[in-house]
Design a binder for this molecule. Structure first.
Ligand SMILES: *Cc1c(COP(=O)(O)O)cnc(C)c1O
Length: 353
């Protein structure tokens, strides 16, 4: 049963619906709920489906394959595809984000073979320097090449911000995308239906009259899951911030010194430990370790507890001020990276609420 992650699905669904309303109030009618942090969890996806969530996005095809039997309006592949996986992109996603002409041509061929049409959004890099055609480069010739492909439909364009370079969305940054939209529409004679203005970092601009009216779609994960925008990491009022929590069990509890006793070399991760001498303390070891998550991404709910460190399978806590015993369970708040790691660990149980 332990260690386990606790998933409050009711709060998750409420957050998803509240964010959809907030987006609509900001003239953004389309939101894709990004579910990649759930690592292919079919229980959660079924709940979202039952609750009426229409559009989902995942970065991994393996996950979309697991959701094959769940009938969403669209399943979006968020990570630009490997050319080696185009057959499965056509099979398991309805729309994919793309930036490479050769891959789009391979998608066209695969779609033809499967007798399908495949929708794409062309990704543009507005300066964050992760995926996308750089906004200053010549994209018109690429679009014209794509328009020759019979089984590919360009539904729109999109961008991703604040992921690699930490570029914060703003009116100026969005103008770069709007310029691209107008150039493509004027030069190529097509209408772009979807203008996808990024991820949870764009939620920062809600209710500020900054998001241009042309932006009509967002791809949102962390803001729904954790109730926060991600440009500045501030909590959003009206959303739940405790959809997830985590529990692990005490397997050793002893009074010990806080400073190693003898010559200090390196720890099991090859690093010289940086340990402060705080005198004697009551130390608890929990059955969870660096194999499962980055330990500093866990935050004990009992604020008198502090994390000392750990190794692959052990987490060491200072519980001097607490009144714990062997077998007690310590509860933690977790952040997005911890959720991703814990959902991907085979050693973590899940409790659905
Ligand atoms: C992960 C991802 C998102 C969602 O990001 P959040 O910050 O969780 O909202 C959107 N778009 C792409 C391409 C992604 O990879």
């Amino acid at each position: 049963m332990y260690p386990r992650i606790i998933i409050n699905q009711k709060k998750l669904v409420e957050n998803a619906n509240t964010i959809l309303d907030m987006a609509r109030n900001n003239n953004i009618p389309y939101v894709t709920t990004v579910v990649k942090a759930f690592a292919g969890d079919v229980t959660i996806l079924s709940t979202l489906k039952e609750a009426g969530i229409k559009c989902i996005g995942d970065s991994r095809l393996q996950n979309l394959k697991l959701f094959k039997h769940l009938d969403f309006r669209h399943k979006m592949l968020l990570r630009i595809p490997m050319i080696s996986e185009v057959d499965d992109v056509i099979r398991y996603s309805d729309i994919s984000l793309n930036s490479e002409l050769s891959v789009i041509k391979a998608l066209n061929k695969a779609a033809k073979e499967q007798n399908k049409k495949h929708d794409i959004l062309i990704m543009f890099d507005l300066g964050d320097l992760r995926e996308g055609i750089y906004y200053k480069s010549d994209y018109i010739s690429i679009i014209n090449e794509i328009l020759k492909l019979d089984n590919i439909l360009i539904r729109g364009i999109g961008t991703n911000l604040t992921c690699y370079g930490g570029l914060v969305p703003s009116k100026e940054i969005f103008e770069r995308l709007i310029t691209i939209k107008l150039n493509i529409e004027n030069s190529c004679g097509i209408k772009l239906e979807i203008i996808s203005g990024g991820n949870s970092s764009s939620v920062t601009l809600f209710d500020k009259n900054i998001i241009p009216k042309e932006i009509n779609h967002l791809r949102l994960g962390e803001s729904i899951l954790f109730g926060k925008e991600t440009s500045y990491s501030t909590l959003i009022e009206g959303l739940h911030h405790d959809v997830f929590s985590f529990e692990a069990e005490i397997i050793e509890l002893k009074d010990k010194p806080s400073y190693p006793d003898g010559e200090i070399s390196i720890n099991s991760f090859g690093l010289k430990p940086d340990i402060e001498d705080k005198g004697n303390m009551k130390r608890a070891i929990l059955a969870i370790g660096k194999q499962d998550t980055i330990l500093s991404n866990l935050k004990p709910l009992d604020e008198s507890i502090s994390i000392i460190g750990g190794s692959s399978d052990h987490l060491i806590l200072d519980v001097t001020k607490g009144n714990y015993k062997i077998g007690d369970v310590i509860a933690f708040k977790i952040n997005y990276p911890a959720l991703v790691h814990l959902m991907n660990s085979n050693y973590i149980a899940k409790l659905y609420k």
